[in-house]
Design a protein around this ligand. Sequence first.
Ligand code: X8Z
Ligand code: ZN
Length: 601
Amino acid sequence: MKKNILILAAIALFSCKNDKADNAMQSEVQTYLDSYNKEYKRLNVLVNETSWQMQIHIVEGDSTNAIANNKAQEEYAKFTGSTANINMAKKFLEHPDGLTELQLKQLKSILYKAANNPETLKDVVTARIKAETKQTENLFGFDFKIDGKSVSANDIDAALSDETNLAKRRKAWESSKEVGKGLKTGLAKLRDLRNKTVQGLGYKDFFDYQVSDYGMTTEEMLAMLKQFNKDLYPLFRELHTYARYEYAKKYGVKEVPDMLPADWLPNRWGQDWSSLVDVEGVNLDAAVKPKGAEWIVKQGERFYVSIGFPELPKTFWEKSDLYPAPAGANYKKNNHASAWHMDLDKDVRSLMSVEPNSEWYETSHHELGHIYYYISYSTPEVPYLLREGANRAYHEALGSLMGMAAMQKPFMENLGLIPKGTKSDEMQTLLKEALNYVVFIPFSTGTMSMFEHDLYANNLPVDQFNKRWWELAAQYQGIVPPTVRGEEFCDAATKTHINDDAAQYYDYALSYILLFQIHDHISRNILHQDPHATNYYGNKEVGKFIQGIMKSGATGDWRKLLREKTGSDLSAKAMLEYFNPLMDYLKEQNKGRKYTMPALK
Ligand code: X8Z
Ligand code: ZN
């Protein structure tokens, strides 16, 4: 008995000593992290502000904004990539036992961020920053023209969505690809500089670096993407067959082509074909048009507020840049939607070119998802360093989820966008949704991700950029260009993300998979409604659930979070179940039709 007491006392003494050592260590680390976080926030403000200015106001021949942005980026790089910070984080990580999970996460985040800006490769980093700014200016400063007349990206999208004259469609599509020519050299240069930068801290290449943010290897990510594409392939193959025949009918083409001509599709990259189907009685475009662009963004906010999110801060409305530049403006702006966390705190803004149509209705909900994610994790519990999504896909998923929910019939009825009691064909609705969400999977898991993998990990030669892009489009999406596209073009670079969101497009693929998983959980377990026909509006439980995912930011493990919240691991099961009723319908529609989608490799 006595002996036991002695042993216990010794253990207590030992663990007390250990606790003391742990506490001392923890407080030393905390002092360091506090000072890092403070400077990190200051630099984010600086970089975001200059970058914002540059992207909302691009004037040909005036590089004032670009120069200011480069300077800020260099300052940010100098701090985040400093050898002193790298050594500190590494030193603390050598003795992880006494540290808290939150501290470990922050130290790892410091190293992750450092790898993109290592001081030891200062010249490479500086050159990359300059090249990145230039590429963004070239991409968004570009003057699109049809028949010699300047047109906006929105104009091109409208033509591709509505025009039935094939000659006019061809012009619009070709015009949209002109910008790529001037981006090719810049992309090749950026590839080299991005790879070199991250190789400094031991990453294989830039793709490998970006994937590592998920705690995964490139091989694991590729296998996961392949699996999701395979899961959705049977359905996509039916959609591909259906679309070829229906588009041929629509354009009055007698011979149905084996591969879909890219200029037949309602989106510049063929990533969303949903406008092929009109659901009788449910016309969102017609419903939102008279309401106007401002209504769309305000309505997005109302939806979030209805489920318990706060109103957007006043500064959001004052400082955001939400609508297209006026016709004839002497400047251009980034025409791709984005959401910004300017000060990693309350200054949240969105950059969009909203027009009153269903596309922007969906996109506005998506962007507000990012904004509410920012707001939800901007709390004292989440250090600046971890004010990010549980992973990047979560950040993309939650706003898209709200966008999808806001397009379901009971929601639209409730909002008065369609008359109450509207009878509509459920199969057509599901088909329309599949032409958006399912069609996106081969584009995102395949064409985009495989191109970027080839680009960064396999050093794709610059004289094969266009050839490879179209090989992948054929293989994954069953799409071909309308005419031979030589290497003078760089059609991949016409996609924003290839230039300024490099090696991350799989985020969106995973976000769609995740979206259906979360939606399935919300519909069945919170709303007790059919996932195909829900109405989230005004439901505080739904809001609590979504906020519950958002509020922890990147403080935890994303897989654990998903299991905690939905009870399952990341899987396409919910998405497959959602679209399952479509399979028989499409098989019936496609009876006697030729299936030409290439087999999976
Ligand atoms: O780029 C976006 C967002 C940016 S925050 C608008 N999306 C992808 C795309 O447009 O290609 C949303 C879904 C796919
Ligand atoms: Zn997004």
